[in-house]
Design a protein around this ligand. Sequence first.
Ligand code: MRU
Length: 347
Amino acid sequence: MTTTNIEKTIEWIKIPKGGFSRMINQILIPYEYKKVDVSTTKDMYDAIKTMIVRGAPAIGIAGAHGVALAALEEKESQNFIENVVKKADYLNSSRPTAVNLHWAIQKQLEILKSNKDKTNAQIIDLLIENAIKLENEDIEINKKIGEFGSSIIPKGATILTHCNAGALATVGYGTALGVVRSAFEKDKTIKVFADETRPRQQGARLTTYELIRDGIDTTLITDGMSAYFMNKKMIDVVVVGADRIALNGDSANKIGTYAAAICAKYHNIPFYVAAPKSTIDSSIKTGDEIVIELRNREEITTINDRLICDNRVNIINPGFDVTPNSLITGIITEYGIFKPDEIHKLF
Ligand code: MRU
């Protein structure tokens, strides 16, 4: 099994009084590799919102850590449960699209509510324990996704990926890049084309950072180039991550994914989504119900803080799009690979 050279993206650091969350600051990569310690609910909200931590599974763990921090802050409070729930709602509002955030916070709230008879200190211990459990499970899940997914990668294939669904988007190993890593373990001749992923450049900054460190042959392209390379028969398969999957298999992922899926369909190239079960939102039937995050105009009007256009121009900046199930060949999960219209069977 290829183990990535990236350390845990986010981890709970235990100290006698409880602990705090330590995470790689992803805004700084590739210029600097630095970790940041987050020890308040407010700072966790900001870390998620400003994308110090990003990627659906990673922000899920950030949410779980955040609830543990909220509980530590409220330790002496008379209204312990109520106050922690309020802070959990606040954390949940930091980013709207990735369902893993909501899922992990819910897991923590279940523990909070089903242990009302215990002391605050005991509940805090349970929340910390659960956050660490979710953290460790995430890596195991990604390795299973990688193992299943490697079966669909032809020998010597070139894989296109969009955004960063790697170790940095999870606690470790990655989902789409977990598939790449597992395939690379078996076949050192595979190659990756990484979409740059405007406007935040997760593909350029993060995916190439990870893959180059693992010694995987990686070519960076801009988002609009993939159709050209598909037409030239230089891409064999597309594998992307997801932020939220509806019960019919419609999948939200970073803006630009939908365009890549349309191009893949046109060129008869298989298009796979790699994601854990926690990314499937069993409360929604189709992708129409997925809330798409709208982000600020500066992400588009500037590069490295310099304006690249007339600032009077209109901007709309959706962070994600939804790829309809009809464009998806299969969804790779820790339970196996499913046709999009079969994914509901997991519930
Ligand atoms: O805005 P981001 O960087 O959080 O968006 C991340 C993505 O779209 C990823 O592809 C997705 O979360 C899957 S990560 C395993």
